[in-house]
Design a protein around this ligand. Structure first.
Ligand code: HEM
Length: 515
């Protein structure tokens, strides 16, 4: 190593130290929440290297209690590990806990700062969320039922044709449903250009741009964004330019499709077209800009969350054939074998509802929520939480809490059907209170997926047998379950045997084609 490199390293360390001292002073006499011991200067950087961060975060919860604090170079990270702590702060104190980190790399250089999940707490995020609420509020959902049924039938047909491609079919279902609902666009094949673009961009977002919580060195030292392209270490700028162009295409292309089809008066009603025709919505500030980004945000948010839900459902059914059998009996008794389940059947299928609840609890799609940024210094239960901290609702720790869910690692839908549960316990156990996030940033797609995933599971249970795959010698192949995505808990593709339950079921799926 040359002298210049040593000098460079030394000045970087000095700058880091000055910055660390500047950001780590606590103005309050209350002490920080407990957490694993940091090392000088770098803080807890070594505690944060694992991809499944929710696993160590939940060990810290057991060791340190409801609120855990770590820092990396002075940037505070707070984990809220119980329903009480998450609601007290993210919900009841939502006016200061609903901001998002303003990240130079993700927001500015890659152009994602207008995507709802990344917009700071203020007028823009409120306007976008209002538009989404208009389209996906509880009252609006029944108008999507026909679309949801069509997409579900299409998914079933594809699944029985090539069951080993369940990942591609699920992505196409999620992407196709959102494209349909949001843009009125009908995806033509698994390789549809909009679906491929979405998959590429969602993958870019969660595995590259926002991987590791989206914090890049340039977020710690914003001046790095001005370094010349020829300088070693400036490669992130080149990547950002390529990624930004892709993300812009992802926002513009489907939106332009809606506008073009509306011009030619040949379009299917959708979130975009409905709002483009709504004069009161149009009168709001920056209407088209907000609409375009709100639409894209929904598209981005639906694919991976649906993928985790379906994958965990398959895993649970493979590992618990008795659950699948019991659910099939319930559906047979209520629906019969002359038709597929419909929304009107829902009230009479409590076991199926319990399976959906348990799938979301056991297979929690976003285990650490998305981080919220604290806008002011705060004191909670005598602990000082510094302004600017990134606050994670530790959903994983909550839905694995043995005090709320005894034998929490087991997949057990019966836990929701116990007759001795009072209303308060039932409310506390309902995973929907946690898995969609908290307070003013709560997932705006929750009502939509409550319907769409319900029908998907109902139809899969009604028509399919799902079991572990077998090799050529007939030996059972145990599914290999690995998680590599740091934000969404999506198992890598695994082997699985999916086939129609009976000749009658096969006919029902095929007949649904001509509905
Ligand atoms: C099983 C399915 C889903 C789950 C478990 C889920 C979960 C979540 C969670 C945990 C958050 C973060 C909330 C917070 O910051 O407190 C979120 C945000 C979001 N979700 Fe979902 N989601 C699902 C499906 C969807 C769908 C289908 C859409 C759109 C149609 C959607 C749109 C969004 C958007 C736009 C945000 C950002 C909200 C904001 O920051 O203000 N999600 N979701």
């Amino acid at each position: 190593m040359g002298a210049t490199t040593y000098a460079g390293l030394a000045s970087l360390l000095v700058a880091l130290y000055i910055w660390y001292r500047k950001t780590s002073t606590t103005p309050s006499s209350a002490s920080l929440p407990p957490g694993p011991k940091p090392v000088p200067l770098l803080g807890n950087i070594r505690d944060l290297t694992t991809k499944e961060l929710w696993l160590p975060a939940s060990q810290w919860a057991k060791q340190f209690g409801d609120v855990t604090y770590l820092h990396v170079l002075g940037q505070g990270l707070v984990f809220l590990n119980s329903p009480e702590a998450a609601f007290d702060l993210l919900d009841k104190r939502g006016s200061i806990y609903s901001d998002k980190p303003q990240l130079v790399m993700v927001g500015d250089l890659c152009g994602c700062k207008h995507m709802v999940a990344f917009t700071g707490y203020g007028d823009e995020s409120k306007r976008q969320r209002r538009l989404m609420h208009k389209a996906f509020g509880l009252g609006a959902i029944p108008s999507y039922h026909p679309l949801i049924s069509t997409q579900t039938n299409t998914f079933l047909r594809r699944l029985i044709t090539s069951p080993t491609e369940y990942v591609a079919h699920t992505r196409r279902y999620a992407g196709g449903l959102t494209l349909n609902v949001v843009y009125g666009y009908e995806a033509k094949s698994n390789n549809d250009p909009f679906l491929s673009l979405a998959e590429e961009c969602v993958n870019l977002l969660s595995n590259k741009i926002a991987s590791g919580g989206g914090i890049w060195p340039v977020d710690v030292f914003p001046a790095l964004q001005h370094m010349p392209d020829w300088m070693p270490g400036s490669g992130f700028k080149k990547n950002a330019r390529v990624w930004k162009a892709k993300m812009e295409e992802f926002v513009d292309a489907p939106y332009e499709f809606v506008k073009e089809s509306m011009k030619s008066n040949n379009y299917q009603p959708s979130f975009c077209s409905t709002l483009l025709e709504d004069e009161t919505a149009q009168a709001t500030e920056d209407f088209e800009f907000n609409l375009k980004w709100a639409a894209n945000s929904m598209y981005s948010a639906s694919a991976d969350t649906t993928m985790t839900t379906v994958s965990h459902f398959l895993l649970a059914m493979m590992q618990h054939p008795e659950v699948l059998l019991k659910a099939q009996k319930e559906i047979d008794a209520v629906v019969g074998d002359e038709r597929l389940p419909e929304f009107a059947d829902r009230e009479r299928l409590p076991y199926l509802d319990a399976i959906l609840s348990e799938t979301w609890r056991w297979g929690v799609p976003v285990p650490l929520n998305l981080p919220h940024r604290l806008m002011e210094d705060d004191v909670y239960r005598g602990m000082h939480i510094p302004k600017g901290s990134l606050v994670f609702g530790n959903i994983w720790a909550i839905v694995r809490d043995e005090r709320i869910y005894p034998n929490a690692d087991a997949f057990d839908p019966e836990r929701f059907l116990r007759s001795d549960l009072d209303e308060e316990t039932k409310r506390k156990m309902n995973p929907r209170n946690y898995v969609f996030g908290f307070g003013r940033r709560l997932c705006p797609g929750n009502n939509l997926v409550e319907s769409s995933i319900w029908l998907l599971l109902a139809c899969m249970i009604a028509t399919l047998d799902i079991s572990k795959a077998r090799d050529e010698t007939g030996k059972v192949v145990e599914p290999e379950v690995k998680f590599e995505n740091p934000i969404f808990r999506i198992p890598n593709p695994f082997k699985c045997d999916i086939r129609p339950r009976s000749e009658r079921a096969l006919r029902l799926i095929r007949e649904s084609e001509i509905l």
